[in-house]
Design a protein around this ligand. Sequence first.
Ligand code: ARG
Length: 577
Amino acid sequence: MNIREQLTARIQTAMTLAGIPIECRPMVAAAKKAGFGDYQANGAMGAAKKMGTNPRELAAKIVELVELDDIADKLEIAGPGFINIHLKPEWLAECVADAEQDDALAINPAAEPKTIVIDYSSPNLAKEMHVGHLRSSIIGDALVRILSRLGHKVIRQNHVGDWGTQFGMLIAELEETLQTDASAAMALKDLEVFYQQSKAHFDADQAFADKAREYVVKLQSGDANVLKLWEQFKQVSLEHSTDIYRKLNVTLTEQDVCGESFYNEDLAPLLQELKDQQLAVEDQGAQVVFLDELADKEGNPSPVIIQKQGGGFLYATTDLAAIRYRAGQLGADRILYFIDARQSLHMQQVFTLARKAGFVDSDVSLEHHAFGTMMGADGKPFKTRSGGTVKLSALLDEAVERAAAVITEKNPELEGANEIARKVGIGAVKYADLSKTRTNDYVFNWDTMLSFEGNTGPYLQYAYTRIQSIFRKAGINPDELTGDIILGTEQEKALAIKLLQLGEVLEQVAGDALPHLLCTYLYDVASLYMRFYEACPILKSDVPAELKASRLRLCHATSRTLATGLDMLGIEVSERM
Ligand code: ARG
């Protein structure tokens, strides 16, 4: 149990003894400001309101009845009935010592492990991955890592766009280029160029355009030749994405791909069901569901087109099939979507209709975790100098190059500088994104993200490395440290409490899918560590041996917390930098 859970359990018992109804919760939280204890219990006010009594008196009664002698050395009542809890340094010292030795760093597994499906990255295979896919890929992957770490069963779903009319054109073009190019890999070495080329061909050449349309139909009816070309196209494009995932240290592999084409066979029966339930109705030759639940201000229901005039199915149809599969076949308790905020209406329609049609039970949690746009310095969506979309592979290469320049300037003799630059560059891009509140737009800025000062990836990586260098200097293997931890100063105590809060933070991140909370936490850890490091000498000759051992163990708990936290964000650390 983490600190908050332990305090909650004990205070809840005292509240029951005080005759407070069980639905009133103790409301325990870490103190936000110094001088108000380490934790606060704010439940007395709500309980007093419910019971019609005086909140301060009720708080006093809770304080009198609560058994916290082994954990806390002081309880105070403040303001209208807050209970401020001062934790005992001896108890904290034991807890942090246990965590330092524990492989799991005292992170509790979830009491009820869930099956959680995470839809993320999901690029369109017709084109090269661009910056628009960055946020989904890295935020989604952070949640994958965190939820797995908490013991949930996580199923990744890379819902790639590998189906639809564009593919007729692309396959027809591929067929032609294969007459001169040796392989699909060669023909498609630049997907962007290939796409432009086929589009130009399509617009200029009537016969080609007809063929492209014919190929769409053939693809859908399973024509062997067309399917083979499509498979080739898909393979090359997927390899490109997989390359990016590897560079980005994102855990997606080809096994996680479950694209739009996977649901092709489900679409016609799905439409039939919606018709049988009288949800889908004909409207100007199309099949449409009108959702009153999402009506606009004038009361016009929100239309969801399931099938176009002419028979084609749409993005929403596929998403309905996917959500049904995820809830039904994959047995999801929660389904998380990491998609741009601009698709919010689409997701709302899919969720509402899926529930209404009974595709998803009411106890399955459907969550669109939307995010804002990555902006350039001009405050407009991030583009290349000439106004084109920025390819993700180019952006990542640039990040590593820039990191290399920064590192060489700092330390020209550094061994393994290439590998370190890779970790720093990629880490900087990821951290800059993950540390912003997910729902906001943010401005992409190379200089701030690569700075070694402030709330940045390099700062945290460097904080880790500096601790590792202390162990090297002391000639000590940190895994073999022994002796007690003693929290003799305010700085040591503050650091220890922070270190013990990792599990609480992870639970919060897991619930709301907000990785920036973990970033803020790690930055706090690093800052409190710096305060400790400045106030408490470690290796100086006049430091008594037991104090030295204690402080080294605190260093080790800190470096493990930083490395573990960064790992959950998909960011690597280096022993030297
Ligand atoms: N392929 C889509 C795009 O690039 C994103 C898909 C997101 N996932 C989903 N289930 N709709 O915009």
